[in-house]
Design a protein around this ligand. Structure first.
Ligand SMILES: C[C@H](O)[C@H](O)[C@@H](O)[C@@H](O)C(=O)O
Ligand code: MG
Length: 392
């Protein structure tokens, strides 16, 4: 039986948490002196919001079929992404068959290639692609993980990202990824403070709990190499996104020079099969971490993950709530998932994209069994103040 054609694509913007999870209030761990490439400017060192990490806001994409069924997704992108969706991408979906996911992706990507390829444009494209997968799941009455080939394990296992790995351990997570607080501009004193924080958490969590540093692109090769060797003493499991996403050569050398047994990871700000091919063929990392809301959507994440699988590299998507969970549960080379602790003190489990997703599942004791609800299994909270700036 043919599926109803796509009637309309709508793009909304929302402020305050949600998919733009850096858009938080005062006193949140996620905006407390975290090292970034901007940390070399003292005025931008304390707060990432001071240099605009939350400037975009959340993009909500809705795709409505002729029979009234609506698929939706959320990602980071805000008003400029809404413009791209309504003014450029919508033309490749409206009036089309929702099963033409590959052709629609190809037309969205190559029609924007002259100004896109990565970043905001591919965030917008990813949001449309995820909404299309949600619509298709709802039309078929199946969860997205069925459309991806089905579960390879009964439940998901999570590590937690946040300022309190010691509390994450008590909540049942398999590991804790800590934000790095001091970059090269703070010299040896900053390096010492970084290591002191790691030593404290190692002391509190014992020998076997995974501890990782997330460096959010803040370091240079020399500092990152030194940090890996000094952190090795405390059993650091991986060093994440130490360098600029464009410094493939630096990652190649960091991976070569890091202590044996320590993993080098990156990819959350990389996009498309071509970007990840570069990371893989230059042997930049041991784990790739694409964000499904930023790398090209589910259609592209499948291609990216297969490249990694062919080289024995794990694909552990950057935390993106249900959008990554439905993927991870279907892939052997994604044996665990990331959960971002969005409670301001990282002391309790709260939904990642709150308040935008109704029914958003969260790990219990570090584990999660996905329901078989259609699509991504969540509904849009229409009370969050949806604004459609480019309504047609
Ligand atoms: C904790 C990190 O600084 C980022 O805020 C986080 O979003 C990302 O890098 C992650 O891997 O979760
Ligand atoms: Mg990261």
């Amino acid at each position: 039986m043919p599926f109803p054609l796509i009637r309309q694509v709508r793009a909304y913007v929302v402020r305050g948490g949600g998919a733009d999870y850096h858009d938080q209030g005062e006193g949140h761990w996620i905006d407390d002196h975290i090292a970034t490439p901007m940390s070399r400017y003292p005025e931008y060192r304390q707060s990432r919001q001071s240099f605009g990490i939350n400037v975009l806001g959340t993009l909500v994409v809705e795709i409505e079929a002729a029979d009234g069924t609506v698929g939706f997704a959320v990602t980071t992108g805000g008003e400029p992404a809404a413009y791209i969706v309504e003014k450029h991408l919508a033309r490749f979906l409206e009036g089309r068959d929702p099963t033409e996911i590959e052709k629609i992706w190809d037309q969205m990507y190559f029609s924007t290639q002259y100004y896109g390829r990565k970043g905001l444009v591919v965030n917008a494209l990813s949001g449309v692609d995820l909404a299309l997968w949600d619509l298709l799941g709802k039309l078929r009455g199946e969860p997205v993980y069925h459309l991806l080939g089905g579960k390879v394990r009964d439940e998901l296992t999570f590590y937690a990202t946040g300022a309190r790995p010691d509390l994450a351990q008590k909540m049942g997570f398999i590991g804790g990824k800590m934000p790095l607080h001091h970059g090269p501009a703070e010299g040896e004193e900053g390096l010492r403070k970084n290591l002191e924080e790691l030593a404290t958490m190692r002391e509190r969590t014992g020998e076997d709990f995974w501890l990782m540093f997330d460096c959010w692109m803040a370091l240079d090769l020399n500092y990152a190499t030194k940090l890996t060797h000094k952190a090795h003493e405390y059993g650091l499991k991986w060093i994440e996104e130490a360098l600029s996403p464009d410094d493939y050569w630096g990652y190649r050398d960091l991976k070569k020079n890091a202590p044996k047994g320590m993993l080098v990871t990156t990819g959350e700000h990389e996009a498309t099969r071509w970007g990840f091919r570069m990371l893989l063929e230059m042997e930049c990392c041991d784990i790739i971490q694409p964000d499904v809301g930023w790398c090209g959507g589910m259609t592209e994440l499948v291609k990216i993950s297969n490249l990694a699988d062919s080289r024995g590299v794990l694909c552990i998507p950057h935390g993106s709530s249900v959008y990554s969970y439905h993927f991870v549960v279907t892939r052997h080379n994604s044996p665990f998932a990331e959960f971002l602790m969005m409670a301001p003190k990282a002391d309790e489990v709260v939904p990642m994209f709150h308040p935008q997703l109704i029914g958003e599942p969260v790990p219990v004791n570090g584990k999660l069994k996905l329901s078989d609800a259609p699509g991504f299994g969540v509904e849009l909270n229409r009370e969050v103040g949806l604004h459609r700036p480019y309504a047609r």
